[in-house]
Design a protein around this ligand. Structure first.
Ligand SMILES: [Zn+2]
Length: 195
């Protein structure tokens, strides 16, 4: 087989988190010895490591590895990037879409790198506002474009399943730097992403 996909987990972290999950499940009133739950603490420990792997990844390194000198200086837009993250207040998922645009200033970046840096920041405990800023600042500081824009639209399980139980509300956050601080450039971008 030429291609092998595998996931690696730190054994010590897995063991520690597993023990704690076992306690939590028992504290919630469940029986961790019944069939369906025997391996749940370990699976949950691994799932949480997967969902927070962004702490060990460097988004600047990802961008700089795929920067190319190019004279193109029109708006580049990658829209509808899938987003899955965890809200840091409840450790519940929030998910939606990210739209990114930038205007190059001598350099472009491999298009697949933008979704990758979204993942790096999303796979941490987050709030949508900070996630928006981190993506924005990372592109701005690394690529040094003429401008960058980020819009995130997301649904938060902590709102949908608990609390106010508003099941259809979508939270929108946005940030703009450089040329996108000009109203006409910003409007062109918003129009192109259908806003
Ligand atoms: Zn929350």
């Amino acid at each position: 087989m030429a291609y092998k996909s595998f996931e690696e987990y730190n054994m010590k972290v897995t063991d520690d988190v597993k023990t704690r999950y076992k306690n939590i499940i028992e504290d919630l009133g469940e029986d961790t010895t019944r069939d369906g739950l025997i391996k749940t603490p370990e699976r949950a420990a691994k799932a949480m490591q997967f969902l927070t792997q962004g702490y060990d990844q460097d988004p600047v390194e990802i961008l700089t590895a795929a920067m190319f000198k190019e004279s193109y200086n029109e708006m580049v837009i990658v829209k509808d990037i899938e987003l899955y993250s965890l809200c840091e207040h409840h450790i519940l998922p929030f998910f939606g879409k990210v739209h990114i645009a930038y205007i190059p200033n001598g350099y472009i970046v491999g298009l697949s790198k933008l979704p990758r840096i979204v993942d790096v920041f999303a796979r941490r405990l987050q709030v949508q506002e900070r996630l928006t800023e981190q993506i924005l600042d990372c592109i701005n500081d690394t690529l040094k474009p003429q401008g960058v824009a980020v819009v995130i639209e997301a649904s938060h399980m902590c709102m949908m399943m608990r609390g106010v139980q508003k099941q259809n509300s979508i939270t929108t956050t946005s940030g703009f730097r450089g040329q996108f601080e000009k109203i006409e450039t910003r409007n062109e971008f918003l129009k192109l992403i259908g806003k």
